[in-house]
Structures are given as structure tokens and as C-alpha cells.
Design a binder for this molecule. Structure first.
Ligand code: DQA
Length: 155
């Protein structure tokens, strides 16, 4: 299956590796993206990534994904909990989006228990640290491969 996946990261995720390492671990965003790329390469999947601290740029990236990507792994950071604009952007595109978090947001402060984007995403992965991105990638890859050839599944 030949396809392209966008790994999209929102505010403050550029600081991974030094940011609240007790919560988010010590892996940098670059090393996480490197791991996703390595896994993707094993399956012939092309990966591009965008990180932005700005809501509008994240919306632009989601809109652009309509013609550039087959699926999106998206960690919206704190926007998860209140950005209706990001929710609307996800709902406006037919590209499947996997909401992804390093931390288990449900075991943290109450304001993190609400996600305004989950309902318009294909699925949610949270709580596995840097591995959340790999779990999200594998889930998305399987979803896309089932879509590509529903009668020819090999997994
Ligand atoms: C996060 C969880 C959010 O609540 C937080 O604002 C983040 C990171 C995570 O990956 O665990 O910035 O999305």
C-alpha cells in the first residue's frame, strides 16, 4: 500500500525532551518523528510532519491534508480541550485523523478530561508516552490498508 501520513503537532510539543519530563518523558519531537518514520519506512508509507504553536497554522495543515495526506496523526496539545475551530477543521476533511497524546489525559487535571476533537476523529491514543505515536501510526496504517483493499486483507 502506498500512502502518505501527516504527523501534526500542536503547541509546546516542540519543547518535548525538556518540557515537564516527569509527564511527557525525555524523548524529543525529532526522535519521536524519527521512530515514526522508521516504522513507516518498513511499510512503504511516506511521512511528513508539521509542528506549530498557532491554531491557524494547524487548521491550514489539516485543510492542506485533504490533498496531501491519506491520514493524520494529530496531537493538538492544549487545543484539544477547547478549540472548536480545530474540531471543525477535522470534521471538514474526509482524511482520517487519529487524536494522539503522550500522557493519559484522563488521569490528569479535570480540564484535560474533555476533548472537543475526539468525536470527529477516527480514534484516540493516549498514555503511552512517545510510543503513543507508534500505536497511532499502526492503527492508522491498518485502517488505511483495510480501506484500500477490503477483500484482500493480509493481517
Ligand atoms: C498532551 C496533553 C495536553 O493536555 C497538553 O496540553 C499537551 C500535551 C499530551 O500529548 O499528553 O500539550 O496533548
Amino acid at each position: 500500500m502506498s500512502c502518505r501520513v501527516l504527523v501534526l503537532n500542536g503547541p509546546n510539543l516542540n519543547l518535548l525532551g525538556t518540557r515537564e519530563t516527569d509527564v511527557y518523558g525525555t524523548a524529543t519531537l525529532d526522535s519521536i518523528l524519527g521512530d515514526v518514520r522508521a516504522m513507516a519506512a518498513e511499510h512503504g508509507v511516506d511521512v511528513y510532519d508539521i509542528q506549530s504553536n498557532s491554531e491557524g497554522e494547524l487548521i491550514d495543515a489539516l485543510q492542506e491534508a485533504r490533498t496531501r495526506a491519506d491520514g493524520v496523526i494529530f496531537n493538538p496539545g492544549a487545543y484539544t480541550h477547547y478549540s472548536i475551530a480545530l474540531r471543525d477543521a477535522i470534521a471538514s476533511i474526509s482524511v482520517p485523523v487519529v487524536e494522539t497524546h503522550l500522557s493519559n489525559v484522563h488521569s490528569r487535571e479535570e480540564f484535560r478530561h474533555t476533548s472537543v476533537v475526539s468525536a470527529v476523529c477516527l480514534g484516540v491514543v493516549a498514555g503511552f508516552g512517545a510510543d503513543s505515536y507508534l500505536v497511532a501510526f499502526e492503527a492508522l496504517r491498518r485502517h488505511l490498508s483495510h480501506q484500500a483493499s477490503p477483500t484482500a486483507r493480509t493481517d
